[in-house]
Design a protein around this ligand. Sequence first.
Ligand code: PLP
Length: 357
Amino acid sequence: MKIKFQDLRVLDENLRSDLMNDLKESFEDGKYIAGDAVKNIENIFSEFFSSPEAVFTSSGTSALIICLQSLGVSSGDEVIIPAMSWISTAHIVRELGATPVFCDITDRLLIDLDILEALITDKTKVIIPVHFGGLSCDMNRLIDISHKYSLSIIEDCSQAFGNKYNGRRLGTFGEFGCFSLNPMKIFGALGEAGLIISQSRHETIRSKIYCGVDSEKKILSAGINHRGDNLQARFLKTIFKYKDMKEKKVKELWKLYNDNLSDKVQLIGEGEDFIPYCVNILIENRDYIEKILNDNEIETKKIHLPLMSDISIYSSCVKSDENAQKIKSKLLTLPLHQYLNSDDVLKICHIINREII
Ligand SMILES: Cc1ncc(COP(=O)(O)O)c(C=O)c1O
């Protein structure tokens, strides 16, 4: 039987029945946008992150672009981002007329702080570290760099909901923490959704969420619609209650990979507390092993290739991506989801260990 890369079905009877109830409530109160459900989920997030501001958005991309806008990023500015992320991390910069500057990544697929400083110019305004695969960048060091050059940090935590750095939740270190809550995330909705966390109340963000219109319906500026909807907010409130169950499962599976993959395989991740978003490995004979896995009906991906720095629309941008270029031929992403069983993982490990050079 095929081993799926991802499986987003809702099979737990209790969760399914609670979600059906959310849908029923929405049909009954007839409030699909701008209702109490959005306020409720924002309160839950605000408490979870111990942050005074939590703004529910329609996607992670929306969250990121509003934050860049509220920091005044526009034409002529530069924003430093890692060479590898989901492409929206670069597109949001370009969308505002600013220029992404691509910084190389480490073998943990995180922005390389040894390289970053050399990329800072008079035009640099913001750094966007991406906590790739759920792993944290060295936030203390990054914050020191940002202070030295008076730059803002927006953390792209799209793959890292709930993960921590030195005991503190990711998303709470920069001016803003942005999250994608789409269904592919370990904690995700049943459709598009996103979140912004900030350590101070943020009227600018609030005013940008819905066409530049504030809560008193005054039009403050030009803008487009980025707000999250009630139904996804309701679903997320329910899914939040079941979050630990799913996290426990993916943590166990990740540990099983860690315990059973040969030492020749570089598995990217870390200790007990880490909530993995995916299982990324670096291996020399990647294409060969991927083919064997696929021939055995095991689905794989290469998250997130091609590199953003390789995409033609960014060919004229400044880039430092030497290590990313090496990584791109070694990276393979293995199945991880709550319906994967131990035998599936052992089978995958067995094939890789047998075929690795
Ligand atoms: C690192 C990263 N940044 C940004 C995004 C964009 O989020 P969304 O798809 O919710 O717009 C994603 C989504 O997968 C992501 O993984």
